[in-house]
Design a protein around this ligand. Sequence first.
Ligand code: PLP
Length: 402
Amino acid sequence: ASTWANVPQGPADPILGITEAFKADNDPKKMNLGVGAYRDDSGKPYVLSAVRKAEQLILQDKLDKEYLPINGLASFTQSAALLAYGKDSIPLIEKRIAATQSISGTGALRIGGTFISRFYPHAKKIYLPTPTWGNHNAVFKDSGLEVASYRYFDKSTIGLDFKGLLEDLKNAPKHSIFLLHACAHNPTGVDPTREQWDEISNIIKEQEHFPFFDMAYQGFASGDTNRDAYALRKFVSDGHHIALAQSFAKNMGLYGERAGTFSIITSSPQEKTVVDSQLKILIRPMYSNPPLNGARIASYVLGNSELNQEWLSEVKLMADRIITMRDKLKNHLVNDVGSKHPWNHITDQIGMFCFTGLTPQQVERITKEFHVYLTKDGRISLAGISSHNVKYLAEAIHEVTR
Ligand code: PLP
């Protein structure tokens, strides 16, 4: 028998499966709302002009292709930390944030998961919101952590289950690890308000829990990178020693370049040096050192004031287009096609995704009858909608939710 005869067939990735079905559909009206990548108003992938310019500069500078250090390109990780924590961040000023480049956000979560699993002195169990990004579970399990969940989304209101969330924070054993989406919660698009974040921070403090922020959408939610960093910075100023996974996939459109960072706040520059040494020990046997190109592009964009300004305006442009699509979709549903359901959640939610509230049966129908592709949980990517097809989508949603 073959050596691998006993390897079982694994299930297909649910999101990539949707893209395959979409590609095989020949209907001209088809829409792919499964993808988690930005599209412009003609449905095309968008390379930011600031990124194109950075690439030109990099070419002109004729840089070499030597290996990066294990923890990556210093100019990139420094600029990235400044973007996330802000220039007034005390731990940043006091040089006690350990940081490393990572294989985008996923790699950052994996480095963080493994670091925690090796060194966290309390229960090695991480609590994830229900629901959460589909990959969190596997990333943390494969990092050697036990995975648990906390309440987050309330199906009946299509909003935040704030009461359940607080109860779960209070009832978890002291020193529990909580994963928090910094902004633009994926898949629900439901974020706590500022006041709610403040309360979450207080309770996490009281319970001495450890907050691990996943920030995959800074700037992409509101269009303003500072505004989207509110929760993270509030926790830091409340004195939490947080961990952070940061991605430049969405906000810089660097998806395939895999540019990200993992960072963790320590109590002193000495402790930072020690943590940095262990991050390197952990990374070296995984991939030795990170890819150069995306980090270089991001470091040019973040480090050059002209490119930085242009980037910030492009981030706003992307966020604004998404917010406009939310408005249009809701408007068509309520005012044009005459749906009697409340659709306020479409505009209350934020970020790339909208949790529509469509049931799995309705999702099946909208795909079959209207060629609209989305995940079974009713999540749509606003980035897949354009001014040309938003009305068609509203009609389709109305038909299946009548
Ligand atoms: N975290 C969340 C919540 C995400 O939605 C994503 C991407 O969809 C990621 C992390 C990681 O993305 P990447 O590894 O491409 O940076």
